[in-house]
Structures are given as C-alpha cells and as structure tokens.
Design a protein around this ligand. Structure first.
Ligand SMILES: C[S@@+](CC[C@H](N)C(=O)[O-])C[C@H]1O[C@@H](n2cnc3c(N)ncnc32)[C@H](O)[C@@H]1O
Length: 290
C-alpha cells in the first residue's frame, strides 16, 4: 500500500462525538499537542529501553501528528520494517505527515474492532488514546481496546500505552462542571458525558484489565507530570483542540461557543491568566501477551 492510502471501514459504529471532535480539529490538532508530545516521549523512553528494533509496528489512535517515528531523538535508534497507523478519525490520518523511512499505512478503523489477524505486530502502542474509548461493544470500551491490542500483538511482542489517569485536568473540570450545572438550572440539554468526560483511569484498573486478558505486565506506573503553559489561554486552546465537540456533545449547537467562552472565563478566573501548570497524571504500561 502507498503511504497516502486511507481505507475507510464501515465498522465505526456510533462514535460520533469523538470522531467529530478529531475530524474537525484535524488541521490544527498537531499544533496543540504539548501534553501528548510529553506522553509520547516518556512512552518512547520506556519502549526503547527494552528494544530498539521492531518488525511490524501498529500505532492505535495515531491522530494527525505525533508518532514514534517523528521523535527525532529516537529516529537513529529505531528500526521499524513497517508502520500501520490507525484512527477513528480519517481526517486526522490524512493530516498526518508521512513517515519516510519505512512503509507507512494509514487505516481508519475503530480501536475496539481492529481489522488485523491475531499476533501480527511486534510493537503495538497507543499514546493518550485508550481512555477515549467508549462502551459500545458489550464491555467497557477501554477493556475492549486493550483486548484488541493484545490480540494483534505477537507472543513475546510489546504493547505500550499512555493513558490519562484520575486527577488529570481537575482545575479545568471544576470550571467545566460549574458551567454545565447552569444548563440544568435552565433545563437546557447538557452533555451526557459530564462525569469523567475524558475517561481518566485508575492504575489498578489498567493492571487488572491487562492481567485479566492473560498479559504479562512488564511495567505499570502512575506519574504526576505537570505541563507548563505560558498562559491559561494557551492551555484552554489545547483543550479545545481535542475536546470541544466531545465536551459539548449534546448541547444545542448555537449554545456551544457561548458555553465554551464561559468555561474559559471561569477557568481563567480560578487559575489566573498567566503561566499555568496543567495538572496531568499519566499511566504508562508495558505488557506482553502470553
Ligand atoms: C489525544 S489524541 C492522541 C493522538 C496521538 N496518539 C497523539 O499522540 O497525538 C486521541 C486519538 O484517539 C483517537 N480515537 C478516539 N477513539 C478512537 C477509537 N474508538 N478508535 C480509534 N481511534 C480513536 C482520536 O481520533 C484521536 O486521534
């Protein structure tokens, strides 16, 4: 397959809110990835401490910009014979720059239903993705995502993920919840996702899930890693790039921008307009199917 080919699969189901969010921000997402960039660097450090050469590699929820192959620090250490990048947002994949040194296939598909045979990839990774999965397959989306990732990883291969942990973005969500509560007061439609909208996980739940699918857990860590933003506005713009439609899903379309402005104001009042440390807690796991 050529690098630019996108296969549109029909099994995406009703993942509209997440898909709309990432489709609509495909062009701008890559310039709002300070958090994800940091996650990928930490994840890469852990992966390449174990091994530098991987035959077939799968990036789940690759999005439009970041990929292990674009980390210059690691470019000379890594060797992938092929990279498959998947995402539910076809527009994000189209916006992603191509990888030059190995065959690079982009495939639009759902992380909960990967269209690959069992045990195909030697490295499967998902950077800041698994907490986004929604439950539409009979089991929690996150569990289905992990079971699929492990299914397509070779025995002895590596599965690596960074996942947002409980505690992340508490300041932002205080502002978000206070504004969403106003909708209730006026009996206006509120987002259905207001509790834990980003699906933040607990470390023990991630480990239990990996163990329940028979994986060997190589490492599992919860890390507090604040990310410094030059201003509250810069941070809010980053949140908007990944969360606008998702966080306002269910709200009348013409109310969305007003609401976002109110969330932004309330957040800035709480934290001030100057430098801001994003309260990020991340889970990093490395596991191997048995
Ligand atoms: C925070 S972004 C991370 C993107 C990329 N991994 C990075 O590090 O920049 C989350 C990505 O997960 C994708 N995603 C969410 N739900 C998905 C699903 N069910 N199947 C595949 N991708 C999904 C989104 O479209 C988005 O590109």
């Amino acid at each position: 397959m050529t690098a630019d080919r996108i296969n549109i699969l029909q099994n995406i189901g009703d993942k509209k809110a997440v898909k709309i969010t990432y489709d609509s921000n495909a062009g701008s997402y890559a310039s709002h990835t300070m958090m994800q960039q940091r996650n990928l660097e930490v994840l890469a450090e852990k992966i390449f401490a174990i091994k530098g050469v991987f035959t077939d590699v799968l990036d789940i929820g690759a999005g439009s910009g970041l990929s292990l192959t674009h980390l210059e620090t690691y470019a000379d250490k890594t060797h992938f014979t092929s990279l498959v990048r998947t995402d539910i947002s076809g527009k994000s994949l189209l916006a992603a720059p191509n990888v030059l040194y190995c065959p690079d296939i982009k495939l639009q598909c759902d992380a909960e239903n990967l269209p690959f045979v069992d045990k195909h990839f030697s490295l499967v990774y998902a950077n800041s993705v698994l907490h986004w999965l929604t439950a539409e397959s009979g089991m929690p989306g996150f569990e289905k995502g992990i079971s699929e990732a492990l299914r397509v990883t070779k025995s002895g291969g590596l599965f690596a993920a960074s996942i947002a942990a409980v505690g992340t973005s508490r300041s932002f969500f205080r502002a978000y919840e206070s504004v969403i509560a106003l909708l209730d007061r006026y009996s206006l439609a509120a987002p259905s996702l207001e509790k834990n909208p980003i699906g933040a996980m607990e470390l023990h739940n991630v480990v239990d899930t990996l163990l329940s699918f028979g994986a060997k857990v190589i490492s599992a860590e919860l890390i507090y890693e604040p990310v410094l933003y030059s201003s509250a506005k810069e941070y809010i713009d980053d949140v908007k790039a990944y969360g606008y439609h998702f966080l306002l899903n269910g709200v009348e379309a013409d109310l969305q921008s007003v609401l976002w402005e109110k969330i932004s104001q309330s957040f800035t009042e709480e934290v001030g307009s100057g430098q801001y440390f994003h309260d990020q807690y991340m889970i990093y796991v490395l596991a191997s199917p048995t």
